[in-house]
Design a protein around this ligand. Structure first.
Ligand code: PLP
Length: 386
């Protein structure tokens, strides 16, 4: 095979995602997995039944329409209107994707030229760096630092160059739990307008905001025409395996993203699209209960981790808690997470893998709280033995 590396240079060093490594370790050691963010209880039974009914009723078993089934596009448009007052035409301004993951990939592949720069907050969600690289573009990190993990907006302004094409936002932010506040979003929006930048915003945790509420940047002046908003059913409805996501944006932006998307999966998850259309129409009480439940779990795990000796950064959103292991006499999150299953039967994720600035992330470790109370309590009891 010669000496040329098989993996191309854009993807060199990307290896296996940390989630695969840590979830395999959890299985191999029988540990409690507070690493990968998937709930250990499925979403509403009525929605699971809707998916089963669609399969058995022959709805979506063959290739659905490229942009997504009309019922789901309408439900997405209605959801944006209901929660945020945002108007999107379901025929031209909504695109259904294979989870938010494909939406992110398709948007970056469609909108970037090689050599473009993308400003993104680090720690990054793990697919961002890979997709920016596959598009031949360059990522420019704005580092979120402890203790508050808020973006320094002067620093953001200084990162904009003539090559900057877009800002990739994630609010609520995984893994820090930071939720961008209206004043921060306004400053980012002004910068985008001033420099004619596009914004891609990953809002998969839009319904997991505990205090301030979720504010989509697309609603701000001048932003509708330059924003690609992305969300998905996985986190909101606790069906992460269904991989139904969506994009809302203007017709030209949706057409661009659809062009890339059609050559990635073309379509996916036909029957699940019917079920998600129904899920998006659940009463507000569903979303309120989800949030209240997770708020309680957040506090349970925050108290437990504090008692176990971690420095805890209480998240405003998402179902993740970032901690600092320095008070435990530890320095390196990756080594700590690799040893943790053996030491006490718990799996967590080292935040350093999400940073270019490794030092900023080195002592940070992420735990998820989207697990049943007895699982969280048992995990805390084990971690107290550290
Ligand atoms: C889980 C997650 C995704 C992926 O969503 P899917 O719908 O499962 O593809 C994207 N972005 C962030 C920040 C996530 O945490």
């Amino acid at each position: 095979m010669g000496t040329r590396p098989l993996l191309n240079r854009r993807l060199a060093g990307m290896g296996t995602t940390i989630f695969a490594e840590m979830s395999a370790l959890a299985t191999a050691t029988g540990s409690i997995n507070l690493g990968q963010g998937f709930p250990d209880t499925d979403g509403p039974r009525s929605i699971a039944e809707a998916a089963a009914d669609a399969v058995l009723g022959g709805r979506g078993n063959q290739y659905p329409p490229g942009p997504g089934i009309p019922e789901l596009r309408q439900a997405v448009a209605d959801h944006q209107q209901h929660f945020y007052g945002l108007e999107y035409d379901p025929d031209t301004e909504v695109l259904v994707t294979a989870g938010a993951t494909e939406a992110i990939a398709a948007a970056l592949l469609a909108l970037l030229e090689p050599g473009d720069e993308v400003i993104a907050f680090e720690p990054f969600y793990d697919s961002y760096a890979a997709c920016i690289a596959m598009a031949g573009a360059t990522r420019v990190p704005l580092t979120l630092r402890q203790p508050d993990f808020r973006p320094d907006l002067d620093e953001l302004r200084a990162l904009v160059t003539p090559r900057t094409r877009l800002i990739l936002l994630n609010t609520p932010h995984n893994p820090t739990g930071t939720v961008l506040h209206p004043d921060e979003l306004r400053t980012i929006a002004q910068l985008a307008v001033e420099h004619d930048l596009l914004v891609i915003t990953d809002e998969v945790y839009e319904h997991l905001v505990f205090a301030t509420g979720h504010h989509p940047i697309a609603a701000l002046p001048g932003m509708r025409e330059r924003t690609v908003s992305i969300s998905s059913a996985g986190k909101t409805f606790s069906f992460t395996g269904w991989k139904v996501g969506w994009v809302t944006a203007t017709a030209p932006l949706v057409a661009a993203v659809r062009t890339a998307k059609q050559y990635l999966t073309y379509v996916s998850a036909g029957p699940f699209q019917y079920a998600v259309a129904q899920a998006l129409r659940l009463p507000d009480s569903y979303f309120d209960t989800l949030r209240a439940d997770l708020l309680r779990k957040r506090d349970l795990l925050c108290e437990g981790l504090t008692d176990a000796g971690f420095q805890v950064f209480r998240p405003e959103g998402t179902y993740f808690i970032t901690t600092d292991i320095t008070p435990l006499g530890e320095k390196d999150g990756l080594a700590f997470c690799r040893a943790l299953p053996e030491r006490c039967g718990v799996v967590a994720i080292p935040n350093s893998v999400f940073y270019d600035d490794i030092e900023a992330g080195r002592p940070l470790v992420r735990f998820t709280f989207c697990k049943q109370d007895d699982v969280l309590n048992e995990a805390v009891a084990r971690l107290r033995r550290l």
